[in-house]
Design a protein around this ligand. Structure first.
Ligand code: NAD
Length: 266
């Protein structure tokens, strides 16, 4: 028996990185099926190859309401209901600092990053809320250490991830008592996280940054860089009605301990 037996989820950005690990783990916990809203057709092919009919890839862009709406409708048509929305799509700004970024580029990167990281969550929530309400289900959004602390990106990424905290609180308020709304906040993780076109980073991967793993390892109190699967138990816990019935507007930090600001010298 799994913690998510017979549940149905929709995961945005579930074709790679943390989202893909969540898809695998949800199925491992007994989920009946998972819809995945993604942009990249190659990721759709590899999801079909790995999971067959247990996963339904839906090609679309989280910034477009109609795509979120279609993802919900297709998931419900395929698997009969929706228990959990995992809003997870994000792009990073590759430390585009205030004074190192041209004003016009800064403005464009704000529009693009906020549209993906914040509006994408808002629209997915709007599209999924009615189906989740029918199941007394829940939403879980992927946040970041940048939802709480400076230094994990430039001002635009950090502000976008702080904004998603406010979104979780307000949605939890508006959707109670029917739908629980929570977050998981990973720290630096080995994924192909990319950047926005407005910064020319649409094909650059975080995992390719020279020295990134060492920098994360050195800065993290627990002393290692996480893999996507290291975070997935938190999503399972929050999705599970049996184990999180009394939890809404909560954020589980999975960042190796940024709160404690380093390691004590021994
Ligand atoms: P990832 O790039 O593997 O996952 C993001 C996915 O979203 C990709 O598959 C990408 O193709 C897709 N995507 C991007 N823009 C899209 C759009 N407009 N519409 C539809 N799909 C789109 O990277 P990841 O690290 O797994 O990122 C997942 C989440 O984790 C993000 O919200 C990110 O901010 C957060 N996060 C990552 C780290 C890290 O170090 N990797 C740390 C903290 C938080």
């Amino acid at each position: 028996m799994g913690w998510l037996d017979n549940d149905v989820a929709l995961v945005t950005g579930g074709g790679s990185g943390i989202g893909l690990a969540v898809v695998r783990r949800f199925l491992g916990e007994g989920a009946r099926g998972v819809g995945v809203l993604l942009r990249d057709p190659q990721q759709a092919d590899s999801l079909r190859a790995e999971f067959g009919s247990q996963v339904l890839p839906i090609i679309g862009d989280v910034r477009v309401y109609a795509d979120n709406e279609r993802a919900v409708a297709d998931t419900v048509a395929a698997y009969g209901k929706l228990d959990t929305l995992v809003g997870n799509v994000g792009v990073w700004d590759f430390f585009a600092g205030l004074m190192r970024t041209e004003p016009g580029t800064l403005a464009d990167s704000f529009d693009e990053i906020f549209a993906i990281n914040v509006k994408g969550y808002l629209l997915a929530a709007r599209a999924a809320a009615a189906e989740l309400r029918k199941q007394q289900g829940s939403m879980i959004f992927t946040l970041s250490n940048s939802s709480f602390y400076a230094g994990g990106g430039g001002p635009v990424y950090v502000a976008s991830k702080h904004a998603a905290v406010g979104l979780i609180k307000q949605l939890a308020y508006e959707l109670a008592p029917h739908v629980r709304v929570n977050g998981v906040a990973p720290g630096g993780t080995a994924t192909p996280l990319k950047g926005p076109a407005s910064l020319g980073k649409q094909d650059t991967r975080l995992s390719e940054l020279a020295g990134f793993e060492q920098a994360v390892t050195d800065a993290t109190p627990l002393g290692f860089m996480a893999k996507p699967e290291d975070h997935t138990g938190h999503y399972v816990l929050l999705a599970s009605r049996a184990n999180s019935r009394a939890t809404t507007a909560a954020i589980l930090q999975s960042d190796g301990g940024w709160e404690i600001r380093g390691r004590q010298k021994k």
